[in-house]
Design a protein around this ligand. Structure first.
Ligand code: BTN
Length: 253
């Protein structure tokens, strides 16, 4: 049997078949960034909604990096009204939901703190959460949850070849439907449950890691992800509690 690519094109009616939520869902063949699309649309629409694109020309990653976003990929952003006090949880929720949705499509991944998904030691998906704040008092109004999953058949560029993995055989319509439901489910789940699931799916717990903190290189064994989403590392000198942004995780041993 010949593989027919068109059978696997993103289509709203097929996505709808796989989701039980009815959030507005915008599908684009090509865009700059689905996170940027959400930011623009949030100015005119106050509810929650989703953008999904086949290709991004200006895909954004964390720390101001670009996100490689070739055609026939999976670039998904959901914009949700923020629940104050739950800020720390967003990042954890996204990783858990994405891993669960991928599992529903036959692909097992693990969460590499803070919120990359890995398979066999290589990055399969990246997550970028962005805040929309009130102009008046700077309080958090909405969160844009952006998830990029490596499903495109285009070859990785040289700099990603050894670090990234492509997840094959995925029905992207199914993935989009399952992911939207999983995000809504985990966004309203109790914090302890999110944390339990996050720990369960963690790639780093129990592993030796190298990291840089206050300009010093250190190593230790990851023992936990605490209730603030911080990484707890046991070193010869005692325990380090690492918040994302304060450290750079260089590798695992
Ligand atoms: C990272 O790995 O640094 C995060 C990557 C996040 C990429 C996704 S793709 C959908 C959404 N739109 C973007 O421009 N970025 C996120």
């Amino acid at each position: 049997m010949h593989f027919c690519y068109n059978e696997n094109m993103l289509e709203l009616n097929k996505i709808d078949h796989w989701r039980s939520n009815r959030l507005p869902f915008f599908l684009k063949a090509e865009t700059g960034s689905t996170n940027a699309d959400c930011r623009v649309y949030a100015e005119e629409y106050d509810g929650d909604f989703i953008f999904l694109a086949e290709k991004q020309n200006a895909g954004r990653g964390r720390r101001g990096r670009d996100f490689y976003s070739p055609d026939h990929g999976f670039y998904f952003s959901m914009c949700v009204n923020a629940v104050s006090g739950k800020e720390i949880l967003y990042t954890l929720v996204c990783a858990v939901a994405a891993a669960e949705a991928l599992e529903g499509c036959g692909q097992k991944t693990e969460i590499k703190w803070v919120n990359d998904l890995y398979q066999n030691g290589k990055k399969a998906a990246g997550i970028l959460c962005e805040a929309i704040r009130s102009n008046e008092d700077f309080t958090l109004k909405k969160v844009i949850i952006g998830i990029g999953i490596n499903v495109s058949e285009d070859p990785f560029p040289e700099e990603l070849k050894d670090k990234a993995v492509r997840l094959g055989g995925i029905d992207r319509n199914r993935l989009a439907g399952l992911l939207s439901d999983a995000l809504l489910k985990w966004l309203s789940a109790p914090e302890e449950e999110v944390l339990r699931e996050y720990r369960h799916r963690s790639f780093l717990i129990g592993r030796e890691v190298l990291y840089e903190i206050n300009g010093r290189e250190k190593s230790g064994r990851v023992t936990d992800i605490n209730e603030k989403g911080n990484l707890v590392v046991l070193t010869e000198e005692g325990e380090d509690v690492l918040a994302s942004g304060e450290i750079s995780l260089k590798n695992w041993k």
